[in-house]
Design a protein around this ligand. Sequence first.
Ligand code: TRP
Length: 336
Amino acid sequence: MRRCHLASKAVIRVLSGIQPSGELHIGNYLGAIRSWVRDQYEFDSFFTIVDLHAITVEHSPEELRKNTLRLAMTLLAAGLDPEACTIFAQSHVSAHAELSWLLECTATFGELSRMTQFKDKGRSDESIRAGLFTYPALMAADILLYQAERVPVGEDQRQHLELTRDIAIRFNAKYGQTFTIPQATIPPLGSRVMDLAHPAKKMSKSSQSTAGTIFILDPPETIAKKVSRAVTDTENVVRFDPENKPGISNLIELWCAATGNEPSQLVSQHRMYGELKKTVADALIALLEPLQRRYQELQKDPGEVSRMLKLGAEKAKFVAEPTLELAKANMGLVAP
Ligand code: TRP
């Protein structure tokens, strides 16, 4: 089914990025990827696999290669259509690294030092990579190169978005109108999926144990097992109460995000935790089934992913390169 009508698309430009680190989980799907699939038909959308960001921390080249291709295949399987949107690997468009330098020379040491993600990840550690510090300038380049107006991101990226805006405003004021000032949009639903084993913690790609993380490509039996072992409470009353019953409420929210229903619809039908878990597991399995089927098909034709990335890089360069040239010229760099 093709639903791509370029002419009728609103001109609003959306850009988002995702790191090829670890395996995607259901929180990534419900909080980000699923809305990207919707956005691609509504907006002029750019989605980038930010492989250059993935090398700001200790990494294995082998793993990075594997994770990048797996992520690209998962995005295709999830329904991103390379003709409806632009999907590409960040490192395939060299303008990202180049504009990033210009923006490092626009941002200040103080601004970058105040980023909480940097502070959390190892400000005190002498051996961290310098790129971890300048990470937000690269992220600003990702966004500003495309003159993106909206940037769907999780709450944890809000500060980076604010910095991107500050950098863009400063650049425009100093060197003349160059960049569109972007806005963060926080996905409404499912963006706060908690770990099934530790319901006080967000589900994360990098958590130590995988017991509480449902990966997008987990087989149905694994999903059922993880949900059945989800941590709940001893009250044995099915009630939606995120504060006092984080485990049960997380399961209910997952079900709501998967089915589009309200908590009360699930709560009214279940008395026992066991039954509730079964219903939740079934909903998650059904949600992921089509994606997993497409993923298996795509695995038979790995060329499809390379074709997608190649097309994406071409489309991305077409927009990014003129922005880079304008930024260089405005900054006073003489054209060759
Ligand atoms: N920093 C983002 C994250 O860790 C990923 C990212 C990189 C991004 N570049 C971006 C997100 C541009 C949105 C727009 O989630």
